[in-house]
Design a protein around this ligand. Structure first.
Ligand SMILES: Cc1cc2nc3c(=O)[nH]c(=O)nc-3n(C[C@H](O)[C@H](O)[C@H](O)COP(=O)(O)O)c2cc1C
Length: 251
């Protein structure tokens, strides 16, 4: 009896999720007469924070652009895109690789505060991970020596068997952008679940966006997401994708 109830519930959840996936389209013209309540954005940002992210380092920041003045200022920075012109809110997804020390220390504190008496195996491993491995992964120096060290270490350790192929600055940037993009996707799905629409944008002037937000040099913009109530005009055409069999390889 209970089992069939569970099956019904999981079927219902799959249907709801499939509807949200279908509902989310990139919409480029938002209805000017419909506001998106702040709590919808707020909840979507909280959902975004729960996204999977590398080593739980959370090297991201979400800049919520809500005031009329700031929204207007962002229109030219988003290259006059219609989605930015009509957006009721914009959220700038920012990578904050520069915060790695603080976030590693924050993780250490979380583990330490959970220790009662003596640390268990997982807690010891966790402390080691954030105190020793994270500095190796994220540390940078002006000459790129840490990158060379990481690559050399991966190469020699890799001769013995499978080993994580750590790299230089480019790989560090990829790592933080992966996690940030996952947060952006969670945000968009959450907005869709509330019946509103989004448009992710990479068409913007990164240098000027960083300047207006007062971001440090090593922060980077992952994408800017426009939010509003979409219109039919905002959908540029039917949704098409390359065939499933072309991108899926089952082995
Ligand atoms: C990283 C990224 C950057 C994008 N940049 C823009 C953009 O600058 N302007 C725009 O109109 N759409 C942009 N898009 C939206 C894509 O064009 C859109 O997702 C794609 O055509 C598929 O359509 P769909 O989102 O409706 O399924 C971007 C999407 C992603 C993921």
């Amino acid at each position: 009896m209970n089992q069939s109830k569970d099956i019904d519930e999981s079927y219902r959840q799959r249907e709801v999720f499939a509807d949200i996936i279908q509902f989310r389209r990139s919409n480029r013209a938002f209805d000017q007469n419909i506001e998106v309540p702040d709590d919808v954005i707020h909840q979507a940002l909280e959902h975004a924070m729960l996204s999977p992210n590398s080593s739980n380092m959370q090297l991201w920041e979400f800049q919520w652009i809500a005031s009329k003045d700031m929204l207007d200022a962002f229109i030219p920075l988003c290259l006059d895109q219609q989605a930015a012109k009509t957006a009721k809110h914009l959220v700038v997804f920012v990578t904050r690789q520069d915060l790695w020390k603080q976030r590693a220390e924050w993780n250490v504190q979380q583990i330490e505060s959970a220790i009662q008496g003596e640390a268990n195996t997982f807690q010891k491993a966790g402390l080691n991970y954030y105190r020793k491995l994270m500095p190796i992964m994220y540390m940078r120096d002006p000459f790129g020596l840490m990158g060379i060290f990481r690559k050399a270490l991966s190469f020699f350790m890799g001769l013995k068997g499978p080993f994580f192929r750590a790299g230089g600055a480019a790989q560090q940037r990829i790592t933080v952008h992966k996690s940030c993009a996952l947060a952006a996707q969670t945000f968009m799905l959450s907005i869709a679940s509330a019946g509103f629409h989004t448009c992710p944008m990479e068409g913007f002037d990164e240098k000027r966006v960083k300047k207006i937000l007062g971001l440090p040099r090593r922060a980077e913009i992952n994408m800017i997401i426009a939010v509003g109530k979409g219109t039919e005009k905002g959908i540029w055409g039917p949704r098409f994708r390359v065939p499933y069999d072309e991108v899926m390889r089952k082995r």
